[in-house]
Ligand binder design. Structure first.
Ligand code: AHR
Length: 343
């Protein structure tokens, strides 16, 4: 597919784009020609140009995901990567995709912040003949608007969380007690939020004694997790379980719980279930603040690299590609497991 023919044009157009928008590392230099020269000298005609529109930098998971993709799609591996951080805004992703089209990249990699609203812009990429690879979250569009998707089975993560709680309550002799639950949801309409909410709800439906007091959007960030948890603690004094749809919101929830003079974790009043299993949650589990975290593997870089190379060689790839995942709780040897944790 790519043979490097677009790269020179890309260098000039991208340089011009930087000048027009005022973006880029050299924007303060005062030299109008610096960005173009910089890209012309750095480009290698044989590199595969990839535009990557990332959601943002809202969580530890996201940082690990960005790092994985950036360290796989390097010039040494044959790629020229244009990275755009959308700062959690879909309109910024639209702009990034349109700029990638203008730059005539060879591939667009998109992690869609939400599932809906992508038809027009992905049709534009298709009309321009640029393959789109979705990573992490899904987009509700016709299948022919993207080449493939790599990511987690969010629904099964949510189900696994419900099943874990079921087993935990049984072991505590609380299987028949009334259990009051609150959920800190991730960005609404994102695949991770939809899947985890849906999967947990399936198990919840089997338990009449589990009451969902409230589900609130905390946008996958620690600050919002804390803010929302503070308000939930003011409203309800009988919360037994917090389901936090990622680790960063769980860290915020722990702060709110402790500041309210309450306790959480295996020896506390409130059980906390979380998702992602980033390195920092191992510390929180080891210090007894969080009970369990369901892994969501962010290391998409190597798989993405392999997919693009396969496509470049004229091969075909599976449309849907799930990452392998597990979970970690305080019954495990977390100190040992943490030593080899990659993110
Ligand atoms: O889409 C994956 C989710 O997005 C991760 O669980 C969360 O941490 C991130 O922000």
């Amino acid at each position: 597919m790519n043979n490097g023919k677009k790269i020179k044009g890309l260098a000039v157009v991208f340089g011009a784009f930087l000048l027009l928008t005022g973006c880029g590392a050299k924007e303060q230099s005062g030299s109008e020609t610096a960005p173009v020269q910089q890209f012309e000298t750095e480009m290698d005609e044989n590199l595969i140009a990839v535009g990557f529109s990332q959601v943002g930098a809202e969580s530890d998971w996201r940082a690990a995901n960005t790092e994985s993709i950036q360290s796989a799609l390097t010039p040494e591996n044959g790629f020229y990567l244009i990275y755009e951080d959308a700062q959690q805004k879909q309109e910024n992703q639209f702009k990034a995709i349109r700029n990638f089209i203008l730059q005539e990249v060879d591939y667009i990699v998109l992690s869609p912040i939400v599932e809906n609203g992508w038809d027009t812009v992905l049709q534009e990429a298709k009309d321009a003949g640029i393959p789109v690879i979705l990573v992490d979250r899904k987009a509700q569009v016709d299948e022919d608007l993207y080449t493939c998707w790599i990511g987690a089975d969010f629904e099964s993560e949510g189900r696994r969380a419900g099943e874990w709680l079921e087993q935990y309550l049984k072991e505590q002799g609380r299987a028949d007690e009334e259990i009051n639950i609150v959920t800190l949801q991730g960005t609404l309409d994102s695949s991770a939020q939809l899947g985890r909410t849906e999967g947990f709800a399936e198990v919840m439906a089997e338990h009449d004694n589990w009451n969902m007091l409230e589900m609130r959007d905390a946008d996958f960030t620690q600050a919002k997790g804390q803010e929302v948890m503070e308000s939930l603690l003011q409203k309800y004094d009988d919360i037994d379980v917090v389901v936090s749809e990622n680790d960063n919101m769980a860290f915020g929830a722990v702060d709110a719980i402790q500041e309210a003079g309450r306790s959480c974790g295996p020896d506390g009043e409130i059980t906390i279930l979380s998702f992602d299993a980033v390195r920092a949650v191992f510390d929180a589990m080891l210090s007894g603040e969080i009970n369990v975290s369901f892994e969501c593997n962010p290391l998409h870089g190597p798989k993405l690299q392999e997919i693009i190379k396969t496509l470049e060689n004229g091969g075909s790839v599976d449309k849907i590609q799930y990452m392998e995942e597990t979970y970690f709780d305080t019954d495990m040897d977390l100190e040992e497991l943490q030593k080899t944790r990659a993110y």
